[in-house]
Design a protein around this ligand. Structure first.
Ligand code: SF4
Length: 415
């Protein structure tokens, strides 16, 4: 293996439009917060954003802000401020970094967009489909801003999704409407919800198509590209702008596929990433993979914003199903079958599990899943110990050594 091999990252040309869309998103929120109109709802990343948009809210996603805190490497220094007010260093480092940022009046939005602070919420809306931490996180801000906190409590470890699950979710969603009407001052309009769900479905289908280009050999994009390009699927799904952006991105990726342009030059190994990104280490990890000629072609994380079940004709039922069918909500049998299907489609050579110290919810390596998958799929796995935002939990030296050894192991398996 050539340790000195230096390879430049392949740019995604249309990433510039993605950055513009993200800038517009934050500036629109900032202006609305200053004007007091439209009203602003904070929403969890896989929460009912479509309902909120349809009721006239602009939607802000604190997890996206926290990922920015991680990517800009501000998070690790901010976490102790939240620890000092009683939020343990062992709980979600999105939560602790974000509350730490609020308490110290810091945000990456200042440098990026000249925005002083995240927009003040008029209401906070969570869904515990991903974890309970989001509820505690929003409860803290609810007390701080003295605004209503409403949400959906979702079952965890779900096997087959049953009619009773959907009915429960729909009932909880509908129960939020009176509060949302009161805050927004707008009456709920079923037709507007249908339109928003239709737009969100268009966005999410394109996002799926984008990610599926990773099945090509060589792949035109990597996990590291996708973690950035997914921004509109998270913060702007349900808007025309997001849909149009993914049309443009998809065209670029199809063009790359047609001409055989590889995201990782000389792609030799194909990998799957299971778990959260290590936000503060995206660049060095991506450069390591380039050097090793290994492309992470797919991930559970980026797939989490594919919502096939959205249904404009039955908007509540479709939203309910989409937000409970998610990987993170499901039991291990489902998850293993999901990854088996991913392997069928993307044909990767090995799996990387990220054991994120502060996010057990998005960590699947602690109860024997890597071993079971190796047995079922005959694929090697490697578990990297780290965290999404708290870099004190991540040893770069150890991660690099382990990944290099893993790639050597893959190379030795080649005939
Ligand atoms: S899923 Fe993990 S990273 Fe996301 S909010 Fe919950 S604990 Fe934090």
């Amino acid at each position: 293996m050539n340790e000195n091999r230096q390879v430049a990252r392949k740019a995604i040309e249309t990433a510039r439009q993605c950055r513009e869309l993200m800038a517009a998103h934050f500036l629109e929120l900032d202006e609305a917060a200053k004007r007091g109109s439209p009203k602003i709802a904070w929403c969890t990343s896989v929460g009912p954003a479509e309902l909120l948009r349809a009721m006239g809210f602009l939607v802000y996603f604190p997890e996206n802000h926290s990922a920015l805190l991680g990517a800009t490497r501000m998070a690790t220094d901010l976490i102790p401020t939240a620890n000092a007010i009683g939020y343990s260093p062992d709980i979600c480092s999105y939560l602790t970094a974000d509350i730490g940022a609020y308490l110290t009046r810091q945000t990456p939005l200042q440098k990026a967009y000249n925005i002083e602070s995240p927009p003040r919420p008029d209401v906070l809306v969570f869904n515990t489909n991903q974890c309970r931490d989001v509820q505690d996180w929003f409860a803290w801000y609810g007390r701080e801003f003295q605004v209503p906190v409403v949400g959906i409590t979702t079952q965890r470890g779900v096997g087959p999704v049953m009619k009773s699950h959907i009915e429960d979710q729909v009932a909880q969603m509908k129960a939020m409407i009176p509060t949302l009407e009161e805050v927004s001052g707008e009456k709920f309009d079923p037709d507007r919800l249908k339109e928003t769900v239709a737009e969100s479905l268009a966005t999410t289908r394109l996002w799926r198509d984008v990610l599926e280009t990773g099945a090509a050999r060589p792949s035109p994009l990597t996990f590291f590209d996708a973690t950035i390009l997914m921004g509109p699927a998270v913060v702007a799904r349900g808007t025309r702008e997001a849909t149009e952006y993914y049309q443009v991105l998809l065209a670029e990726l199809k063009q790359k596929t047609a001409t055989g342009e590889a995201a990782v030059e000389g792609e030799r190994f194909r990998l799957y990433w299971e778990g959260m990104p290590v936000w503060g280490k995206l660049r060095p990890l991506s450069e390591l993979m380039l050097r090793l000629q290994a492309c992470i072609v797919a991930s559970t994380y980026c797939n989490s914003w594919i919502f096939d079940a959205f249904d404009p004709d039955h908007p509540f039922e479709g939203l309910a199903r989409a937000y409970i069918e998610l990987f993170i909500v499901r039991n291990d049998d489902y998850k293993e079958e999901y990854i088996r299907n991913m392997h069928e489609f993307f044909r990767f050579d090995g799996l990387l599990f990220h054991d994120a110290k502060t996010c057990p919810n998005n960590t699947n390596s602690r109860y024997g899943m890597p071993q079971r998958l190796t047995e079922k799929l005959g694929l090697p796995t490697l578990t990297i110990h780290g965290d999404l935002n708290d870099l004190r939990c991540y040893s770069e030296e150890q991660a690099v050594t382990n990944i290099e050894a893993f790639i050597e192991q893959l190379a030795e398996r080649r005939p």
